[in-house]
Design a protein around this ligand. Sequence first.
Ligand SMILES: Cc1cc2nc3c(=O)[nH]c(=O)nc-3n(C[C@H](O)[C@H](O)[C@H](O)COP(=O)(O)OP(=O)(O)OC[C@H]3O[C@@H](n4cnc5c(N)ncnc54)[C@H](O)[C@@H]3O)c2cc1C
Length: 359
Amino acid sequence: MDVAVVGGGVIGLAAAWRARQRGLEVAVLERAADLGTGASRAAAGMLAPVAEADLQERALLTANLESARRWPAFAAELADVTGIDVGYRACGTLLVARDRDEAEHVERERDARERLGLRVERMLGSAARRIEPALAPSLRLAIELPDDHAVEPLRVVAALAEACSRAGVRILPGVEVTDLDALPAERVVIAAGAWSGALGDVPVRPVKGQSLRLRDPSGPGLCDHVLRFEGGYLVPRGDGRYYLGATVEERGFDEAITALGVYELLREASEILPGILELEIEEALTGFRPGTPDNAPVIGADPRDERIVWATGHYRNGILLCPVTADLVAAALTGEASEHAGLRPDRFVPTAAPEAATP
Ligand SMILES: Cc1cc2nc3c(=O)[nH]c(=O)nc-3n(C[C@H](O)[C@H](O)[C@H](O)COP(=O)(O)OP(=O)(O)OC[C@H]3O[C@@H](n4cnc5c(N)ncnc54)[C@H](O)[C@@H]3O)c2cc1C
């Protein structure tokens, strides 16, 4: 093999596909019996490139914005190659506030987007109810983000897996990699999500998220936009299914779904959209976001070992960042020039110390 990709989530699969398209012989090694059972399965699928909290991280913001722009073409290419629709919905997002504190936060989010030249519309709660009539009458303020859309992560995994196998990527499920040196491959891509830290020096930690898949037995229509609010978000799939997420917990690899976690998600969401309490619960989920110290992903060749390419640490934006990450990994593997230097691993992994001069 030219390339062994460790991890069969969205990042590993997308990177493998793009590497194969450049003519490399690629295998994906996934320890689970199925692909995409890690964070990729648990994700909401929002394509939300700007969060006020991350504005200090220019490298992340630039990559997020570029990846959001690329998603329509990426989705179309996947559909073309595989026949699988990844559920890209140009639904837009409403960011809503219940009280004065939340309204201040929403105003800051609006300012951040305006400074970046992005489209954003401020409206009172009453105006928000005209476009989403099921919103609670008590809402104070909202901003509409007409360019923040969503995809369905489960379908993205399915489409990427199909694209990989059609392109001739070898998919090896049930293979846990413990020793990178033992892999019979020229290069190794570490795309093991929240578990990547066990395979080298890049500091990746799991950030637990609990969420719910909900279904409206009476069909679609409760809301059409993605709704974001303090404490969570609701992503409509357009067919009566909804994703309600997500807690953010520093609890290691604790998989428990807790009464408190689920209660808080439903309580917050029902204050925004009371009708949510009529929905059926299809599934409660836990996932582990691959977090890094600066919340930005780590993509590129290891400065101490050129054989290793990192593609991890995508934290809350791994679905969004799929298109850009895949190309950056492929570029690192083929030696092509690429942008986004600020995402490289050398910010965490020091370059090799120069050899001491021999007297
Ligand atoms: C609740 C929640 C909501 C989210 N919402 C969004 C969202 O709306 N938008 C967005 O862009 N992102 C979102 N994310 C983030 C996104 O899910 C992740 O950033 C992304 O899925 C990371 O993909 P990955 O392929 O790196 O990791 P994963 O999907 O976790 O895949 C890693 C894979 O590596 C495998 N593996 C690990 N170790 C080994 C080993 N040693 N050998 C072989 N295989 C191994 C694992 O089994 C796993 O399948 C969310 C995450 C969570 C948890």
